[in-house]
Ligand binder design. Structure first.
Ligand SMILES: [Zn+2]
Length: 256
């Protein structure tokens, strides 16, 4: 008995390494880990837990990222060394060759639906806010879609930058303003100038004469068509009236 008491006393004297308690919490799923990763977009702070990536931001400093995370997500955050396998997965995710898992627990079901739908937009393409609203079954909630995207806690990874206004205006971007949004879209191969010229002319859809299918202008479906084989429409009604049907890939209108 005496020996046990002494052992317990000694145990109490052992100092846990710095940050030990936080790391235990992180391993138990009660805190998120985070690290800074060098990416094609520059240094990005990324937080994750057992369910997946929970936040990302191009913060100026660790302190700024932590403050933002506490405000937006609210869980404990523990800084760790960037795991090499995650660095690789992050690179692949940004290049569009892999899909990471995401932890969206803290968000409303509506915001989660908006962000999951946004994940379906392929790299190199864009969709209007109204497309997201319609696809998730809330066609009138365009403004709320904009709010949910502006508050996306995992920008770049969940590509809210691929959602733009139907009039061609790039729109706000929580990940660094409209200029950052333009830069990322250009990096992904979106021809912004062409897109904006079409939008200014009032053209929202692009059809291919030979197939009689109409698309959003960035859809791959029509990309191989020769310029003379392409026709533009102001509205889906105009496309229907000309005998065109909506593309099954980009779904520019409800497929009847
Ligand atoms: Zn299409």
């Amino acid at each position: 008995m005496a020996t046990v008491m002494i052992d317990l006393k000694r145990l109490g004297d052992v100092k846990a390494p710095a940050g030990f308690a936080d790391r235990v919490l992180a391993q138990a799923g009660m805190a998120d880990s985070y690290a800074v990763f060098e990416t094609v977009l520059g240094a990005v702070y990324v937080a994750w837990n057992r369910l997946g990536v929970s936040a990302a931001m191009r913060s100026k400093s660790a302190a700024e990222f932590e403050a933002w995370f506490h405000k937006e997500v609210g869980r404990r955050l523990v800084r760790v060394d960037a795991p090499a396998d995650l660095a690789e997965k992050i690179e692949d995710q940004l290049e569009g060759t892999r899909r990471l898992r995401f932890d969206l627990r803290g968000l409303t079901p509506f915001s989660q639906a908006v962000l999951r739908k946004t994940l379906e937009i392929p790299r190199g393409q864009v969709r209007p806010y109204g497309w997201i609203a319609r696809e998730i079954g809330h066609p009138a909630a365009v403004r709320a879609v904009g709010t949910a995207l502006a508050n996306n806690p995992i920008p770049y990874f969940i590509p809210c930058h691929r959602v733009i206004r139907s009039d061609g205006v790039i729109g706000n971007y929580g990940g660094g303003g409209p200029e950052a949004k333009k830069n990322i879209l250009t990096l992904e191969g979106v021809q912004l100038k062409r897109l904006q010229e079409l939008a200014h002319a009032g053209f929202r859809y692009e059809g291919v004469r030979s197939t009689k299918v109409f698309c959003f202008p960035t859809c791959y479906h029509g990309r191989t068509a020769k310029e003379r084989n392409i026709v533009h429409f102001h509205s889906e009604q105009e496309a229907y009236a000309a005998g065109y049907r909506p593309c099954k890939h980009c779904r520019p209108a409800v497929v009847a």
